[in-house]
Design a protein around this ligand. Structure first.
Ligand SMILES: *[C@@H]1O[C@H](CO)[C@@H](O)[C@H](O)[C@H]1NC(C)=O
Ligand SMILES: *[C@@H]1O[C@H](CO)[C@@H](O)[C@H](O)[C@H]1NC(C)=O
Ligand SMILES: *[C@@H]1O[C@H](CO)[C@@H](O)[C@H](O)[C@H]1NC(C)=O
Ligand SMILES: *[C@@H]1O[C@H](CO)[C@@H](O)[C@H](O)[C@H]1NC(C)=O
Ligand SMILES: *[C@@H]1O[C@H](CO)[C@@H](O)[C@H](O)[C@H]1NC(C)=O
Ligand SMILES: *[C@@H]1O[C@H](CO)[C@@H](O)[C@H](O)[C@H]1NC(C)=O
Ligand SMILES: *[C@@H]1O[C@H](CO)[C@@H](O)[C@H](O)[C@H]1NC(C)=O
Ligand SMILES: *[C@@H]1O[C@H](CO)[C@@H](O)[C@H](O)[C@H]1NC(C)=O
Length: 340
């Protein structure tokens, strides 16, 4: 379809230079296929034999009929909700016969020029074929082929047909994650949403909604399509929790667990004990079982995925030799467990 549109646009621009072939011809997108229920605006351009050129005057009238000898479609300035009609949008003296068709059905439509002089011409050789196809389609959503890394710019595209000039299709995004720009081109509307990938959006769904005007029903119809964002990010919220044997005493056991939120998931966990000024590496893996000392019971983990690393909070456990059956696990950030 775009090919014919280009031809049309080119001829519109070059009118009088290249496309003025010296024959009576009408040109448009040859195969107009709007969705059922939509009105349709057809860009249209014509050429004339030399002998008719000066007969093309502002008083000429554009006529559209269904079938070669069929009924003339009323030319209305406002669309009617009833029968077939057209609204002429072109400028005849500029060889432009662009027209919007309302309530028409499948068939061939013929253009005629009727001037108050010898220019009375039926363009019988080039009928406009309108063939309705399917219902209004869901918008087409385009997204990155691969997972995007946090901090990079993401571009999502959404396009939908916009076949009827006075009622352009509107495309919207929810949620509005960033800037969107809308472009109306040929008989299609495209919206581009641009935003910076953040770990906060991972797994969220972004929808694109097309608002179509369904002319046969005189109302808007909305159709959405959504896409689940997949964003890779470095580890976040890395934290250590511990569960000591009871009672917690020197030589007793302590199980440590390191958790982190990362995409892709953490591939390496490394455990450290803080020993005075020194930091000792004491193990690997998301869980670690160790023996308690009476000093230096300070631990943290460090995690790594393909994107980055993060260190956890420091986990401290006090064993002061005064035990009680009552112990308390604090939910504060440093996960202290004290025994009274
Ligand atoms: C159709 O409408 C256009 C725009 O309103 C007008 O210029 C043209 O003369 C009309 N044609 C007829 C046949 O009524
Ligand atoms: C129609 O086209 C003619 C010739 O190009 C131009 O002079 C005229 O201003 C146009 N009329 C309108 C309403 O655009
Ligand atoms: C037009 O033709 C298509 C495909 O042949 C068909 O699905 C559709 O119902 C027809 N529409 C009308 C308005 O006749
Ligand atoms: C996004 O959509 C998918 C598939 O429809 C669903 O499984 C998932 O729960 C949705 N995610 C959110 C955050 O709503
Ligand atoms: C259809 O939606 C457009 C854009 O949101 C709005 O301007 C128009 O009034 C709506 N038309 C109807 C019939 O609801
Ligand atoms: C980290 O925790 C905070 C507070 O609970 C939460 O808002 C945030 O979404 C978490 N981040 C990740 C990547 O899970
Ligand atoms: C520590 O982990 C080991 C092995 O997973 C388990 O047998 C033991 O019961 C755990 N101890 C505590 C106090 O959670
Ligand atoms: C942890 O794993 C690395 C590589 O797999 C290994 O070099 C290191 O010795 C391990 N550390 C401990 C304390 O087990």
């Amino acid at each position: 379809m775009t090919g014919s549109w280009r031809l049309f646009l080119l001829c519109g621009l070059l009118q009088g230079a290249g496309c003025q072939t010296g024959t009576n011809k009408v040109l448009f997108a040859t195969n107009v296929m709007p969705a059922i229920g939509s009105c349709v605006t057809v860009p249209c351009h014509f050429t004339l034999e030399k002998r008719f050129e000066e007969d093309l005057i502002p008083e000429c009238k554009p006529i559209w009929r269904k079938g070669n000898k069929g009924p003339v479609l009323p030319n209305l300035t406002k669309e009617s909700t009833g029968g077939m009609s057209v609204t002429f949008r072109g400028n005849l003296t500029a060889y432009d016969c662009t027209t919007t068709f309302y309530n028409v059905d499948n068939g061939s439509y013929y253009f005629r020029l009727e001037c108050p002089n010898k220019l009375q011409w039926n363009f019988v050789d080039e009928p406009l074929t309108i063939q309705f196809k399917g219902d209004l389609p869901a918008p087409l959503l385009t997204h990155p082929k691969e997972q995007v890394v946090e901090g990079t710019l993401v571009e999502l595209g959404c396009s939908a047909p916009s076949p009827c000039h006075p009622h352009p299709t509107i495309v919207t995004w929810t949620p509005t994650l960033g800037l969107s720009t809308q472009l109306q081109r040929d008989n299609e509307v495209t919206s581009t949403l641009t935003f910076t990938a953040s770990h906060r959006y991972h797994g969220n769904n972004v929808s694109c909604t097309a608002i179509y005007f369904k002319q046969s029903q005189g109302k808007n119809v909305t159709i959405s399509r959504s896409y689940q964002l997949s964003i890779s990010f470095s580890p976040r919220n890395t934290s250590v929790s511990g569960s000591p044997c009871h009672p917690a005493r020197e030589g007793g056991c302590l199980n440590l667990t390191c958790t982190s939120h990362a995409n892709p998931p953490v591939s390496e966990f490394t455990w450290y004990r803080i020993h005075g000024e020194r930091i000792l590496q004491i193990g690997n893996g998301s869980a670690l079982s160790i023996q308690l000392f009476n000093t230096n019971n300070w631990f943290f983990c460090e995690v790594l995925n393909g994107i980055g690393t993060e260190k956890s909070n420091v986990y401290k456990i006090d064993i002061q030799g005064i035990y009680s059956t009552c112990w308390q696990k604090s939910l504060s950030n440093d996960h202290q467990i004290r025994f009274f």
